[in-house]
Design a protein around this ligand. Structure first.
Ligand SMILES: CC(C)[C@H](C(=O)O)[C@@H](O)C(=O)O
Ligand code: SF4
Length: 425
């Protein structure tokens, strides 16, 4: 069977080679949705205005759905970013585009909660658009110019990626999460081991991997260069869909399976052999087991982002922090308004607040290094986000360690990096 990525591209293709589509071939597709944020949306708007194509954008058309989301600078930290919001807000109103204004949350979290459907093809001017592959969506990051083109014409070209299959066995041990697993996988792949590939997960371990973990795994595959990262739409995904969307998943979602062809490139990993991991600076694939950095003193902990700002992540952090007091600065940013609301209702925010956390509004917050917890020179940060390049979270000399919400919460509780399994209640 062809890769899942190829099948989804094929279903959305309006132009393709006469003799059929295969890896490496180019197809012109009609995406179901195009998303931009408050960084890339402005760049796309500039391209539209400069080319005179802005008159073509009419979001009232059924397809593609166009979403403009304010997440990187939310609420606006400067007059310039507020003015940028204002321009995009006016544009969205004028053209009838969906606007996720200040406080709505990280675009990717809102998209999986309420926008994307299994089997869709989604283009987003943000590299972590890849996250939706956890729900069997072919989703990929595009540039702002491409986003402008797709907004104006409803089309874009795509090259069909070569698949890279990952067969999962076993299940994650207690206190170990999808984040630890994806860091381990990044250690295997490096920063370029999946360039322009469709990473497709299959095997008996998939069923035991909750969707919240699948989202984390798909999210970070872009750090190995992947074009897209897909999970099958199985029973676990269907249950998640019912719980989150409050309705039955589309019937045809069942056909979104991952079935590697014989001889295709494949990796095999046992989830059960994963332990707590960190990514040391300067890159997400520079990984090590937590014991190798145990004892390192920490100044700030950030729990949030499209990688690990979900309810399950806050719940994991609260398991560690309940009844404890953070010895570092601790910033918690729920990934979306919906996550925030649920954590408020169930008392998670209270637990985290009592542990000394500053609760930031839903959005990218400290992840992007723009506001809400920028790190100072020489500081050590443990973060549940996905990138730790120099300068990513503030000062170039700040050192960012990426970790799971358990490990991040444990670092806050102890003031240094420790194995979180010793603190689980
Ligand atoms: C601002 C945006 C273009 C960027 C991305 O594409 O990923 C950001 O979200 C990031 O995480 O670095
Ligand atoms: S949370 Fe971080 S990684 Fe995700 S979109 Fe925002 S800045 Fe990018």
């Amino acid at each position: 069977m062809a890769s899942l990525a190829q099948r989804i591209i094929e279903e959305h293709a309006v132009e393709k080679p006469r003799d059929g589509l295969g890896p490496g071939d180019i197809a012109v597709v009609e995406p179901d949705a195009v998303l931009v944020n408050d960084v890339t949306g402005l760049l796309a708007l500039r391209v539209l205005e400069e080319t005179g194509a802005d008159g073509l954008v009419d979001c009232r058309r059924q397809r593609p759905q166009v979403v403009i989301a304010f997440d990187h600078y939310s609420p606006a930290p400067t007059a310039a970013t507020a003015t940028g919001h204002r321009r995009l807000r006016l544009f969205a109103r004028e053209r009838g585009c969906t606007l996720w204004d200040v406080g709505y949350g990280v675009m990717h979290q809102a998209a999986v909660e309420e926008l994307v459907e299994p089997g869709w093809l989604v283009l987003g001017a943000d590299s972590h658009t890849i996250t939706y592959g956890a729900l069997s969506v072919f989703s990929t990051g595009i540039g702002s110019t491409e986003a402008a083109y797709a907004m104006a014409t409803g089309r874009l070209w795509l090259r069909v990626p070569e698949p890279l299959y990952v067969r999962l066995e076993g299940r994650l041990p207690e206190g170990v999460t999808g984040k630890d697993f994806v860091l381990r996988l990044l250690g295997v792949l490096g920063g370029d081991g999946a360039i322009y590939r469709s990473v497709e997960f299959h095997g008996p371990g998939v069923a035991a991997l909750p969707v919240s973990d699948r989202l984390t795994v798909a999210n970070m595959m872009v750090e190995a260069g992947a074009k897209t990262a897909l999970f099958p739409f199985d029973r676990t995904a269907a249950e998640w869909y019912r719980a989150v969307r409050g309705r039955e998943p589309p019937r045809e979602a069942k056909r979104l399976r991952v079935e590697p062809e014989l001889g295709a490139d494949s990796l095999e990993l046992d989830l059960g052999e994963t332990g707590p991991m960190v990514a040391e600076p300067p890159a997400p694939y520079n990984v090590a087991p937590v014991e190798e950095v145990e004892g390192l003193e920490v100044d700030q902990v950030f729990i949030g982002s499209c990688t690990n700002g979900r309810y399950e992540d806050l719940e994991a952090a609260a398991r560690i922090l309940k009844g404890r007091r953070a010895r570092t600065r601790l910033i918690v940013a729920p990934a979306s308004r919906r996550v925030y609301e649920k954590a408020l209702r169930t008392g998670l925010l209270e637990i985290l607040h009592e542990a000394g956390a500053v609760i930031a509004p839903p959005g990218c917050a400290a992840c992007f290094g723009a506001h809400m917890g920028v790190a100072g020179e020489g500081e050590v940060v443990v973060s549940t986000s996905n990138r730790n390049f120099p300068g990513r979270m503030g000062a170039p000399s700040a050192r960012v360690y990426l970790a799971s919400p358990y490990t991040a919460a444990a670092a806050a509780a102890e003031g240094r990096i420790v194995d979180p399994r010793g603190l689980l209640s």
